[in-house]
Write a protein that binds this ligand. Structure first.
Ligand code: NDP
Length: 368
């Protein structure tokens, strides 16, 4: 199905169901042993190769439904994961998921500009939503997604998996504990060399922007979770070779600086034309660095603490980052808590992404 057809179907927004009433505390307690059912929407690389295999290690989550615009994928992955035909949906039939009590959560893993409409349709169908990063392509869309889930009485969580990854958890803990004194600087670089010039990541209508939307958001989000602060000012500079066929619509390199209220500064890189994935957070008494920092696996950590410099092993976490992320939303639903990375967290990044683009475009510091 082409982009236009998909969008037409998306706009259809067929079934309107009232939000279900919240379960009582007793019901939640009785349910606490059960696994919540996820529908995966958008059967691309991240969904099928990275996320779906990880349900096997989940305690509170299971894969129960699939939503796709490609019938062959519904057959292939339906058979592979034992999903009955009654639980396989196209984008046209998706709204009928409202009538499927096995589905508690819809996990939206499509190109960025489609996150909003699928989140709204899932909420309208009475389902909780996990949505991939970047949450949307504009802060206005992100606000609408939060409002839709609030109106439906359903939770919205953004797929910031690094918050569930052992090395990142350790780095945040050290920074918060003041292990190297107050945080003064964060340096963080994220990029990869993008290939196929026809892919959606390079089409503005689907991606919303270039490397910053896709990979630079890891630098931005890490600067925020390492300092534990919200930036008050942003500087940025962009460099894109517009004669390169890949970069007709979106940016390649964007470097940006964030100033935090404490006086800490983050220096961040984002690119589609070189490979790196790392950060260092430092204070007067030392630092901690991760490389790779936010990849799917293979994180390594070094630190300078108490005048000793060397490798450091983080405290073990009970689950890998993907299963922990999936289970976190299920646990929040079962216990009535808010996710640590709710829609509001995605919205903060969206507003800052807009500020970074504005700072680069206007060549000035943007106050936020
Ligand atoms: P892919 O291109 O591999 O998959 C996207 C899927 O979305 C497609 O396979 C298709 O599935 C569906 N889709 C629906 N409409 C369209 C359309 N108009 N054009 C193209 N695809 C469409 O992308 P990724 O899996 O790499 O990325 C998907 C999302 O996940 C993005 O938001 C990305 O930022 C995020 N992501 C997050 C990662 C993380 O580590 N947290 C890592 C990688 C991606 P179907 O055929 O089933 O309809």
């Amino acid at each position: 199905m082409d982009e236009i057809s998909k969008r037409t179907f998306l706009a259809a927004g067929l079934a309107a169901t009232l939000p279900l009433s919240a379960p009582s505390l007793e019901a939640r307690a009785a349910e606490s042993g059960r696994k919540l059912g996820y529908a995966i929407l958008g059967l691309g690389y991240y969904a099928t190769q990275i996320i779906m295999p990880r349900f096997a290690e989940c305690e509170h989550s299971k894969l129960v439904a699939l939503v796709s615009g490609t019938p062959e994928k519904l057959t292939k992955f339906g058979e592979q994961y034992g999903i009955p035909e009654s639980h396989r949906y196209s984008y046209e039939t998706f709204d009928r998921i409202a009538d499927n009590p096995d589905v508690d959560i819809v996990y939206v893993i499509t190109p960025n500009s489609l996150h909003r409409v699928f989140t709204e349709r899932a909420a309208k169908a009475g389902k909780h939503v996990m949505c991939e990063k970047p949450m949307a392509t504009t802060s206005a869309d992100a606000e609408a997604m939060i409002a839709a889930c609030k109106k439906a009485g359903r939770k919205l969580m953004i797929g910031y998996r690094s918050r569930f990854q052992a090395h990142n958890i350790e780095a945040i803990k050290l920074a918060r504990e003041g292990a190297f004194g107050p945080v003064r600087t964060v340096t963080t670089d994220h990029g990869f060399t993008i290939g196929d010039p026809t892919q959606w990541r390079l089409k503005r209508a689907l991606s919303g922007g270039g490397s910053l939307m896709d990979i630079g958001i890891y630098s931005l989000n890490a600067a925020r979770y390492l300092t534990g602060e919200e930036p008050v000012a942003v500087n940025a500079m962009e460099s894109t070779d517009r004669s390169d066929i890949r970069f007709k619509e979106v940016e390649d390199i964007i470097s940006f600086q964030l100033l935090f209220p404490s006086g800490a500064v983050a220096n961040c890189f984002s690119t589609y034309s070189t490979n790196f994935n790392r950060y260092r957070v430092s204070g007067p008494k030392g630092w901690v660095e991760l490389e790779p920092a936010t990849s799917y696996q293979g994180q390594t950590m070094r630190a300078q603490l108490n005048r000793q410099t060397g490798p450091r092993e983080p405290a073990a976490q009970p689950k890998n980052q993907f299963s922990a992320q999936l289970d976190h939303l299920s646990e929040c639903i079962l216990t009535g808590r808010e996710p640590i990375v709710p829609g509001e967290e995605g919205l903060k990044d969206m507003r800052l992404i807009e500020a970074v683009y504005r700072a680069a475009r206007e060549g000035r510091t943007v106050k936020v």
